[in-house]
Design a protein around this ligand. Structure first.
Ligand code: DC
Length: 230
């Protein structure tokens, strides 16, 4: 692919839709950089939790905004895992940002317009040279409205809940299906109803409903779209 035109690929969609699996696979096949924009929101949430900026479920917004310019979020290759890891102020926080506490509190920071503006700036800088596959909620609409290819991924909530439930069981986490489904439906609501940059399909995005598609079929479909675009 190196002799071809490099493009940016935006992959947006609901949570637990397989966005990152597809985005990583595309990046690998094309020798592009994969960027997980959700990890950045998670890193800000971790900072908030570790610095006493949340009290009884309420964000100290003024405190966070005062410190926001000093936050340094980076992605660095981790030779131990062979994958990219998220770093916050010089520390590898990849494990912490995936924990339940951050997952629970990230929606306190993701709707804050100033947080979004700072992270969107960083995301645009990372995509300046093209050759980026970025997944998130607002990549095709806000971050890269001129991305050459935009994918919008959906799947029925019950299908996503079942996949997440199976994943958690395989990891030995004790959960019940009903609460996984409830969490997914609540996050869908949060993502689509918030005032700042809600999840919406860009008019020029290609929708992939993967309720009845396996990972290989999604990858083949996306690669066809890439070839057509390039
Ligand atoms: O994709 P994820 O679950 O890791 O995202 C974490 C949170 O950040 C989730 O609440 C949605 C939000 N998010 C966002 O608002 N905009 C993005 N571009 C990516 C994620």
């Amino acid at each position: 692919m190196s002799d071809r035109r490099r493009i940016n690929i935006a992959v947006d969609g609901f949570s637990s839709c397989g966005k990152s699996t597809l985005a990583k696979r595309l990046a690998q096949a094309l020798d592009y950089t994969y960027i997980d924009s959700g990890a950045m929101y998670r890193a800000v949430a971790l900072y908030m939790l570790e610095n006493g900026l949340v009290d009884q479920g309420r964000l100290d917004k003024a405190g966070l905004l005062e410190r926001l310019p000093s936050l340094k979020i980076e992605f660095r290759y981790d030779p131990a895992t062979g994958k990219s890891a998220t770093w916050l102020n010089g520390r590898n926080v990849e494990r912490e940002i995936r924990g339940m506490e951050v997952s629970r509190y990230v929606t306190l920071v993701s709707p804050v317009p100033e947080v979004r503006a700072a992270l969107v700036d960083l995301q645009r800088t990372l995509g300046r040279e093209k050759g980026v596959v970025m997944d998130g909620r607002d990549i095709g609409t806000v971050v890269f409205p001129d991305a050459e290819l935009k994918l919008y991924m959906t799947a029925r909530p019950e299908v996503r809940a079942q996949r997440r439930y199976d994943e958690m069981l395989a990891k030995g986490v004790e959960v019940d299906y009903a609460s996984v489904l409830e969490n997914i439906e609540r996050r869908d609501e949060d993502d689509t109803k918030r005032a700042a940059d809600p999840l919406i399909k860009a008019p020029d995005a290609v929708e992939i409903d993967n309720s009845d598609l396996d990972q290989d079929a999604q990858f083949r479909l996306a690669m066809e779209l890439v070839q057509r675009t390039i």
